[in-house]
Design a protein around this ligand. Structure first.
Ligand code: PLP
Length: 395
């Protein structure tokens, strides 16, 4: 009796679910330490101590009825103001609490902003490879996700194709920087080119096109690489941020949207986003976590642990003959499959108790994603098994 639309969605999510079940099955047979599960982007680095301290202190210090009660759908004003000031300090922006809408993670934020702006039939552009859930988030509101094909040499945006794909029906462009699944970071130069194309197209077509910056990995950038703050380059930018990865809080479901005053119809957008959080059923972001965030704006997870994993896995795999670009951000490696059909690579790896995700889930066949948010031991112990996979696949 489930809805027709859900039948396809359930079928579509079976790859990840099957992988999760396979991981459990293999762990029961061989022991969890002998299964090398690179399938999930679930942070393995603990949340900073400040987070747990803040939770305890807030519960002791704040008035229960206020702390656990409803508030404005956009969130507590003091929390939003604290976030705005923190962004202003970091990025030289000019936000205040009215520009911030607290959300239920990045997923909640993206659904909120898409609900706010998408009319049925409108298109949302993104660059392959991309986080597969974008398809579902956009179709939730009758929109159509259109992907620019991947440049598999660099995983940087293909601007010629992008320009051609923009049309009167284009309502938004989603950019994910640093990127899941490639770990690529778009430079300031790249963002300037993107902004210029979008500005020109807005003028040519006489429409507003929103740039949605999906930024759950903003703080996970290595070797001192800069991640540009997109509102500074393009007025119609909406930022979607999340603490799922930056503070290792994915289960707590907390993030925010930034709707700048410079964005078209900014006041209407802010009001509509606030209604959207309510009618999508989130109502408001979790109240305790909002308060926690306000006290942990400068807290950081141990990013060195991810960096160590990044180097070990990248060096280990490339020595074995696997090809991939060295990621500059997030915690993923996007590795070229030795076979055209990457499912053969995934199946071969599975025979050696290694779980990896096919690139087709991210709109980029012929590659696989490996999430290195696992223990360092998992990486080191997996390498002899990768060596066997390499041999079996003729590398
Ligand atoms: N966007 C990207 C690119 C992601 O990788 C993820 C989660 O992995 C999300 C959004 C959703 O994040 P959240 O857990 O904050 O909803």
């Amino acid at each position: 009796m489930i809805a027709e639309s859900m039948k396809a969605l359930v079928k579509g999510s079976s790859v990840i679910r099957a992988m999760f079940e396979e991981g459990n099955r293999l762990a029961k047979i061989y022991g969890a330490e002998n299964v090398y599960d690179f399938s999930l982007g679930n942070p393995n680095v603990p949340a900073p101590d400040e987070v747990n301290e803040a939770i305890k202190n807030i519960v002791d210090e704040e008035e229960s009825v206020v702390l656990h009660g409803y508030m404005s759908n956009s969130g507590f004003e003091d929390v939003r103001e604290a976030i705005a000031q923190s962004l202003n300090k970091r990025f030289d922006t000019h936000f205040n609490y009215t520009n911030i809408v607290m959300t239920v993670g990045a997923a909640g934020g993206l659904n909120t902003i898409l609900k706010t702006i998408i009319n049925p039939g409108e298109e949302v552009l993104t660059f392959a490879p991309f986080f597969g859930e974008y398809r579902n988030y956009v179709s939730n509101f009758g929109g159509k996700l259109v992907a620019v094909s991947p440049d598999t040499a660099t995983f940087q945006p293909k601007f010629d194709e992008f320009e051609k794909l923009i049309n009167k029906n284009t309502k938004a462009v989603i950019v994910n920087n640093p990127n899941n699944p490639t770990g690529v970071v778009y430079s300031e130069d790249t963002i300037k080119k993107l902004a210029k194309i979008m500005e020109d197209k807005q003028k040519e077509l006489g429409i507003e096109i929103f740039l949605i910056a999906d930024e759950p990995y903003r703080e996970l950038a290595y070797d001192g690489v800069e991640v540009p703050y997109l509102t500074k380059y393009y007025n119609n930018t909406i930022v979607g941020y999340s603490y799922s990865k930056s503070l290792s809080l994915p289960g707590e479901r907390i993030g925010y949207l930034v709707i700048p005053d410079e964005a078209a119809d900014s006041d209407d957008m802010k009001s509509a986003a606030s209604v959207a959080t309510r009618i999508l059923g989130f109502v408001n972001a979790p109240s305790l976590q909002q308060k926690v965030i306000a006290r942990c704006l400068d807290a950081k997870v141990n990013i060195e642990a991810y960096d160590k994993n990044r180097k070990a896995l990248y060096e280990g795999l490339t020595k074995l003959g696997f090809e991939c670009i060295k990621p500059e951000g997030a915690f993923y490696l996007f590795v070229k499959s030795p076979t055209e059909d990457e499912n053969i690579f995934c199946d071969t790896a599975k025979k050696h108790n290694i779980l990896i995700v096919p690139g087709s889930s991210f709109g980029c066949a012929g590659f696989v994603r490996m999430a290195y948010c696992v223990s360092y031991d998992t990486i080191i112990n997996s390498l002899p098994h990768f060596a066997e996979v390499a041999k079996e696949m003729g590398l």
